[in-house]
Design a protein around this ligand. Structure first.
Ligand code: ADP
Ligand code: MG
Length: 221
């Protein structure tokens, strides 16, 4: 299987603080990977580096075998838009828009396809939110907000989905429903990288890594 994300000897400092040190990781096409580790250990930083949202201090990133350091900021933004869907720790939905409108935001931004509203409704229906299409974020539960942001991340069918603690603060049934959605994306061919403290979710992925002492190690499971 080919590599979709390849991090080579990545280091990241915030000022004088070293957060990641000489870290290498590959994510293959169509696999689900979990990254666990202590709070404050740099997991969110690592995910944002993978998603080209943040620069590294040193090291190389290849997305689909393309060396990102050879690209301009504009070209990087294009790769980010074409390759990644993000589920952030805080859902970051727009409070004045309905659930359906929030899911449609990537379609409006890219103007890729006029027929995406049908897909947005299908995704929300699939996530058991068909009765909440016209509700605004303030009227939705945490589990529902997570599923709306997951639908938004999947709208453009990205090759890579990056999810930061997607089942955090959810009761077991809701956590399972979000995990089911993530693994289903994997089954449809998306590479999924999940930061999680949830052992049940981690156990369902293909590979588990732990981020410790600024380094990443594979965990047998
Ligand atoms: N933009 C930033 N500037 C400076 N320090 C940061 C920034 N973002 C995160 N940090 C620090 O980097 C460390 C790792 O943070 P983070 O990547 O959020 O870890 P985790 O997601 O594993 O909890 C923490 O000590 C945090 O305070
Ligand atoms: Mg974090």
């Amino acid at each position: 299987m080919s590599n979709l994300i390849e991090l080579q000897n990545i280091s990241k400092n915030y000022g004088k603080d070293s957060i990641l040190s000489n870290l290498s990781l590959t994510v293959k096409k169509g696999t689900a990977v979990a990254i666990v580790g202590d709070s404050g250990g740099g997991k969110t930083t690592l995910l944002s580096i993978m998603g080209l949202l943040q620069n590294t201090t040193s090291g190389k990133i290849f997305i689909d075998n393309l060396d990102i350091s050879s690209l301009s900021q504009q070209e990087q933004a294009k790769i980010r838009g074409n390759y990644f869907g993000f589920v952030f720790q805080r859902a970051r939905l727009i409070s004045s828009l309905t659930a359906l409108e929030n899911v449609m935001v990537p379609a409006w931004l890219t103007q890729k396809d006029k027929n995406l509203e049908k897909r947005a409704i299908e995704l929300l229906t699939h996530f058991n939110l068909d009765h909440r299409l016209n509700h605004k974020p303030g009227e939705l539960s945490l589990g529902q907000l997570r599923r709306v942001s997951l639908a938004r991340a999947l709208l453009l069918n990205p090759p890579i989905l990056l999810a930061d603690e997607p089942t955090n603060d959810l009761d077991p049934a809701l956590a399972k429903s979000v995990a089911d959605c993530l693994l289903e994306a994997r089954d449809r061919g998306t590479s999924v990288v999940i930061i999680t403290h949830d052992p049940v979710l981690a156990a369902r992925t293909d590979e588990v890594f732990t981020l410790q002492n600024r380094q990443i190690y594979q965990v047998q499971h």
